[in-house]
Every structure is written in C-alpha cells, then in structure tokens.
Design a protein around this ligand. Structure first.
Ligand SMILES: Nc1nc2c(ncn2[C@@H]2O[C@H](COP(=O)(O)OP(=O)(O)O)[C@@H](O)[C@H]2O)c(=O)[nH]1
Ligand SMILES: [Mg+2]
Length: 222
C-alpha cells in the first residue's frame, strides 16, 4: 500500500506567486537535480507517473504542486546545482529559493534531499543553513539508501546531521524510492507536521469570542 493515495497533480508554475490554491499545509521537496525528488514523491503516492522522473538531469525548472486527499500539498521544486551546472544556474536557484519562501505562505516543512551514497555537498549545506537562518522548519531526507550498506548508515547519518546543522530533535530520514525503505517513517512525520500546522492556525471565531469576553480591567482587581 502506498503511503498517500489518490494524489492529484494540481499545477506547474515558474514562480510561487503564480499559483492560486486554497491555503493548506505545504511540504516541499528540494535538493540537487537527480537526487531523487520526483521518484520519492511517486513512491510515496504509489503512482510512477505522478511526478516526472527525468533521464536527463537538470530538466525540471518548474514548481510542481500535488494535492493529497489527506489535506495537504506536496511540492516538487526545481533541482539545484547538478554537478556540471554552470555558476549561472546555481545563482538562479539562489534567487529562486527566497522568492519561493516569500510567496508560499503555507509552507510547513522543507524537505532537503541529499544523496545518501555521497557526503553532503556544498549546496546541500548552504540550503540547510539558509532555511535555518530563515526560521523555516526543514528535515533532511537521505535518498537512494539502497546504495549504502547498513553498516555504514549510522556514521553517514551522523555526518549529514552535523553538516546540515540538525539539532537533537531533528532527524535524518534514510529512504529508497526504489526499494520502499523508510517511506513509512517519512510519511508519518509528514502527516504529523501537516496536522500540527493545521492545529496551529488560529480560528477566527474563537479569537472574536475571546476578544469579547476578555476585559483587561478585570485582571487583578479581586
Ligand atoms: N538507486 C536508486 N536510484 C534512484 C532512487 N530514486 C531515484 N533514483 C534514480 O535517480 C535518478 C533521478 O531521479 P529523479 O526522481 O528524476 O530525481 P530528481 O531530479 O531529484 O527529481 C533516476 O534515474 C532514478 O531512477 C532510489 O531510491 N535508489
Ligand atoms: Mg524531478
């Protein structure tokens, strides 16, 4: 059974402000081109045709948004810095991210995919540092874990956690889109984050009632 069923493609946009959609929690996947973002979305949703898996790296330049009946969005962001990408492309991505963060008010968590088979790359570390400085909740997903022998997992997870500036409460999620490893744990964490984001949203009605009933002059008079 896939983790998320009946996911629907919603839109492709070049820039976040072009999207119009009802506000719901949004979980975005970012990471280098070819790291496995689209494959992971497809594996989580049990639909190999949902997000395009590219044979040619660095092709997706669009923000692809998918709607889950669970009540939140998954977003496949353009990949950054493929090994041979020019400085120009990397610079473009560095402009793209602040724009996306600014214009997607419902972003709940940014999931940074890193390739578990190699050490964290400079751009991975930069993105994590940037997200942390912006106060964006982010998680690190270690993709393609089928390519790493179990005996090496612990050390690699520790290296990633350190490089990506994760703190005690944060986790690294090793996953394999091909083998299905780790998808359950990641999906549960995503559901939890979406639920918390929904609960945290103030309900207008309650605020109004509170405002009527509460009289500051009552405080401390008895
Ligand atoms: N070994 C392995 N390869 C994967 C896995 N997920 C994706 N890939 C491969 O990595 C390549 C890029 O995948 P894609 O999902 O298009 O990456 P994206 O550019 O980040 O969206 C494809 O050739 C995939 O078959 C995985 O879990 N294990
Ligand atoms: Mg892709």
């Amino acid at each position: 059974m896939p983790e998320f069923i009946n996911a629907k493609f919603l839109s492709s946009a070049e820039r976040a402000h072009q999207r119009t959609m009802p506000p719901m929690p949004e979980i975005a996947f970012c990471g280098r081109s070819n790291v496995g973002k689209s494959s992971l979305i497809n594996a989580l949703c049990g639909n190999s045709k949902l997000a395009r898996v590219s044979k040619t790296p660095g092709r997706t330049r669009l923000i692809n948004t998918f709607l889950l009946p669970d009540g939140f969005y998954l977003v496949d962001l353009p990949g950054y810095g493929y090994a041979r990408a020019s400085r120009e492309i990397q610079a473009k991505w560095q402009e793209f991210l602040p724009d996306y963060l600014e214009n997607s008010k419902t972003l709940t968590v940014a999931l940074v995919l890193v390739d578990f088979r190699i050490p964290p790359q400079a751009m991975d570390i930069e993105i994590c540092t940037y997200l942390r400085n912006q106060g964006i909740t982010y998680g690190v997903v270690a993709a393609k874990c089928d390519g790493v022998p179990r005996g090496q997992w612990h050390k690699r997870i520790m290296d990633i956690a350190f490089a990506c500036k994760l703190t005690f409460s944060d986790m690294v999620f090793p996953v394999s889109a091909h083998k299905g490893t780790g998808l359950r744990e990641l999906a549960n964490a995503m559901r939890q984050a979406a639920r918390e984001a929904k609960d945290a949203k103030p309900k207008v009605d309650e605020e109004e009632i509170d405002g009527e009933d509460f009289d500051a002059s009552d405080v401390g008079e008895e």
